[in-house]
Write a protein of this length. Structure first.
Length: 263
C-alpha cells in the first residue's frame, strides 16, 4: 500500500498528479514510475481511472491546455522566423523577385504551379504590384501537389538565374496562368518561348543548389505553420490561403506605415 500521506491526497492534488503522470510535464510529480512496485502502479492506475470517471472534464481540460501550449510554442517559433530579417526567409540570392527589387515593403508568397487557388490569386498579385510601386515580392516554390509541381519548380528556379524582374514575372504568369497541369515540359516550353539559354537552363535545373533551395522553402513553410498554398508572409503576419486583394492590400499599407500587418 502507499504511505498514509499519499493515500490522503486531496481531490485537487490528485488531479495534478494525474496530469503529471499523463506526461504534461507539470512540476512536482511525487516520484518516477520506476520507483513504484507493480501493485502500487496498479493502484495508481485505478485511482486515475476512477478520478477520470468521476470528473471526465479534467481530461478535456488537460487536452485543451496541451493544445494551447503547443499553439503558443508554434506561434513563438513562427514569430522568431518572421521577425528576423536575417532569416533565410528573406534571402533573395536564389529566389525569384518581382515588383520593386528595392521596395520598402516585402511580401513573400509560397505557391505551387498546379494550385488552383494560386492561379486564382495571380490577378491579386498583379494588382498589388500595380497599386504599390514600393512592393517587393519574393516568390518561393512550395511544390506539394504533384511530381509535375516539383519538376516545374526545378525549371522555375533555374529560369530565375536567367530571368529577372519583369522577365521572370512573364514566365511566372505563363505557368501559373495556364489552365492545364504544369510540369517539366510546360515549364521548359515557357522558358524557350521567352528566350532562355536552354542548355544552361537544363544544367542549372540539375544543380544541387536548386533542390536545396526548394527544400529550404519547404522547411520554412513548415516552421511557419503553413498548411497549403498560396500562403504569404507580410510584415509580422503569416497569411494562409487565397485571401484576396482586399485582405492583403491593407496589410501592405500598414507595413509601409508602421512595419506591421496591423498597426
Amino acid at each position: 500500500m502507499f504511505p498514509r500521506s499519499f493515500s490522503q491526497i486531496t481531490s485537487r492534488g490528485l488531479g495534478i498528479a494525474m496530469l503529471a503522470f499523463a506526461g504534461l510535464g507539470l512540476a512536482g510529480a511525487p516520484a518516477r514510475s520506476e520507483e513504484f512496485s507493480v501493485s502500487q502502479k496498479a493502484e495508481i492506475e485505478t485511482i486515475i481511472k476512477n478520478y477520470l470517471l468521476q470528473k471526465p472534464e479534467v481530461l478535456r481540460d488537460a487536452i485543451a491546455e496541451l493544445d494551447a501550449r503547443e499553439k503558443l510554442a508554434e506561434a513563438k517559433a513562427r514569430d522568431a522566423v518572421v521577425s528576423d530579417m536575417s532569416s533565410p526567409l528573406y534571402r533573395v540570392e536564389n529566389q525569384a523577385v518581382i515588383g520593386n527589387p528595392n521596395g520598402k515593403v516585402t511580401l513573400i508568397e509560397f505557391f505551387d504551379y498546379n494550385c488552383g487557388y494560386c492561379k486564382r490569386a495571380l490577378g491579386d498579385m498583379a494588382r498589388l504590384m500595380k497599386d504599390n510601386p514600393d512592393l517587393r515580392v519574393i516568390l518561393r516554390d512550395l511544390p506539394i501537389l504533384s511530381q509535375g509541381s516539383l519538376e516545374a519548380a526545378h525549371i522555375a528556379n533555374a529560369a530565375a538565374v536567367q530571368f529577372k524582374g519583369e522577365k521572370f514575372w512573364e514566365f511566372h504568369q505563363r505557368l501559373l496562368g495556364s489552365r492545364g497541369q504544369v510540369g517539366k515540359a510546360e515549364a521548359l516550353a515557357a522558358a524557350k518561348d521567352l528566350g532562355a539559354d536552354m542548355d544552361k537552363l537544363a544544367k542549372d535545373a540539375e544543380q544541387p543548389s536548386v533542390a536545396a533551395n526548394i527544400e529550404q522553402s519547404t522547411q520554412l513553410a513548415k516552421s511557419l505553420g503553413m498548411t497549403g498554398t498560396p500562403s504569404y508572409v507580410i510584415g509580422d503576419e503569416v497569411v494562409v490561403g487565397a485571401v484576396g486583394y482586399k485582405d492583403l492590400q491593407p496589410k501592405v499599407v500598414n507595413v509601409r506605415k508602421c512595419g506591421k500587418a496591423i498597426c
